[in-house]
Design a protein around this ligand. Structure first.
Ligand SMILES: NC(=O)c1ccc[n+]([C@@H]2O[C@H](COP(=O)([O-])OP(=O)(O)OC[C@H]3O[C@@H](n4cnc5c(N)ncnc54)[C@H](OP(=O)(O)O)[C@@H]3O)[C@@H](O)[C@H]2O)c1
Length: 111
C-alpha cells in the first residue's frame, strides 16, 4: 500500500467534498481536487494556501464518459497514485424524486 499522504476528492468545491479537503489539509495530506467549475477550484486552492500541503486541481465533468479516462490517467501520471479516494461528486435532493423541479435537475447537469 502507498505510504503517500495523497487524497483524491471528486466534488471537492462544495459541501462534503470541501469539508473533507480542509480536514485532510489540516492533517497534512496533499490533495487532488476535482469539480467542473475551474474558478471555484482555483478559489478553493487559494483558501488552502495556509496549509503546508500540495493542492492539485482538475476540472472535469464526471458525467462525460469520453473524457473521464483520459483525465484520470493524466492525474495519476502527473500527481501519483492517491492512497485515499473520496468519489463524492454529485448532488443531493431532499425530497421524493417525483417532486424534484426540472430546474433543479437542469442546474445540476450544467457546469
Ligand atoms: N448532502 C447530503 O445530505 C447528502 C445526502 C446523501 C448523499 N449525498 C451525496 O454526497 C455527495 C456530496 O453531496 P453535497 O451535498 O456535499 O453536494 P454539493 O454541496 O452539491 O457539492 C457537489 C460537488 O460535486 C461537484 N460536481 C457535481 N456534479 C459533478 C460532475 N458531473 N462532475 C464533477 N464534479 C461534479 C460540484 O462542483 P461543480 O458544480 O463545479 O462540478 C461540487 O463540488 C453527492 O454525491 C450527494 O449525492 C449528500
Amino acid at each position: 500500500m502507498s505510504k503517500s499522504k495523497l487524497i483524491f476528492i471528486t466534488g471537492a468545491t462544495k459541501g462534503i467534498g470541501r469539508a473533507t479537503a480542509f480536514t485532510f489539509a489540516k492533517a497534512g495530506w496533499d490533495l487532488i481536487l476535482l469539480a467542473r467549475n475551474f474558478k471555484e477550484l482555483e478559489k478553493l486552492k487559494n483558501e488552502l494556501i495556509g496549509f503546508d500541503v500540495k493542492v492539485n486541481i482538475c476540472n472535469c465533468d464526471l458525467s462525460d464518459d469520453e473524457i473521464i479516462e483520459s483525465s484520470i490517467s493524466k492525474l495519476l501520471k502527473d500527481f501519483g497514485c492517491p492512497s485515499v479516494v473520496l468519489n463524492n461528486a454529485g448532488f443531493a435532493y431532499n425530497g421524493e424524486l417525483i417532486t424534484m423541479p426540472l430546474k433543479t435537475v437542469a442546474k445540476n447537469h450544467s457546469s
